[in-house]
Write a protein that binds this ligand. Structure first.
Ligand SMILES: [Mn+2]
Length: 284
């Protein structure tokens, strides 16, 4: 029997975009949210979702993996680790050219997360004010939702569908590329690879049915945060609200929000960025 007491307690959920090997930035932001400055123990009311691409690019990928490993080990219900295309590089094709390779023990940790399903494709988040968010690395395109998943009607069903494919017959579907792999725009691009300006947003704009839930994603952005130039078709610009301090870009398509939170770190960290903090929120 369902009773209101069975509902997970609501609290803060901090969604971290692509960390890209910037372990020091991740640590600083966690401490700012109330994590212990030495052990990184999270306060009881805080849950973290990291959208994948923890690694590569910045100076300390092993350190970033170590932070996730430490908190997941101590507080497994309070850290949700998603898989990005950079983690996928060590798991399955398509592989892309990348100049760095992690040390073997770090690769082993990433592989172990995947094998034990500690690292997953998606998380669904509900908020007390009625939002229903699906969180994935690159975002769920309309075509992938339609053709590979049977059009789940809620974020929780979509997350369950994606996560249940790990280790199963159709696992390779999860690694489906898109324009960033093939050079061809694909409105069914996969949830680790879809490009926000070229595939994710256009796919939902072209949809005959409104999106059934809101989304949060990392991986790519509709705006270059350094030059403030917008990517993609001009009609996208009118739909997007930018927060250049936090580096969040929120598109509203048919009343549904698609929030991009990739801070766009390079070899150096972004000058300014922040996780997206949802209050009154719970993982479904
Ligand atoms: Mn990515």
């Amino acid at each position: 029997m369902f009773s209101p007491d069975d509902r997970p307690a609501s609290g803060r959920i901090a969604l971290f975009g692509d960390v890209g090997g910037h372990a020091a930035e991740l640590r600083k932001a966690l401490v700012r949210l109330g994590a212990d400055s030495e052990t990184l123990a999270l306060p009881d009311d805080l849950t973290v979702v990291q959208v994948g691409d923890l690694i590569h690019r910045g100076p300390d990928s092993p350190g970033a993996v170590d932070i996730a490993r430490t908190v997941m080990g101590a507080q497994p219900k309070q850290w949700f680790q998603l898989v990005g295309n950079h983690e996928a590089q060590y798991l399955a094709p398509p592989r892309f050219h990348w100049p760095e390779r992690l040390p073997p023990e770090v690769i082993e940790t990433v592989f172990e997360w995947w094998r034990t399903r500690r690292m997953r494709l998606a998380v669904a988040i509900g908020t007390d004010d009625g939002h229903d968010f699906l969180v994935t690395h690159a975002g769920l395109t309309e075509g992938y939702w339609r053709h590979f998943m049977g059009m789940p009607a809620t974020a929780a069903l979509a997350a369950r569908s994606l996560n249940s494919m790990i280790g199963r017959l159709h696992e390779s579907w999860l690694f489906r590329g898109g324009v960033m792999v093939t050079g061809e725009v694909d409105l069914s691009a996969g949830p680790m690879w879809a490009s926000a300006p070229d595939e994710l947003l256009p796919s939902w704009l072209a949809s005959t049915a409104p999106a059934p839930f809101d989304q949060v994603h990392g991986h790519s952005s509709t705006v270059d945060w350094v030059t403030r130039r917008e990517y993609g078709r001009p009609e996208l610009a009118g739909l997007i609200t930018e927060d250049p301090v936090r580096r969040h870009a929120t598109a509203v398509v048919e009343g549904r929000r698609i929030i991009g939170i990739d801070p766009g770190h390079g070899r150096r960290p972004a000058k300014t960025w922040a996780p997206l903090v949802l209050t009154g929120a719970h993982v479904r």
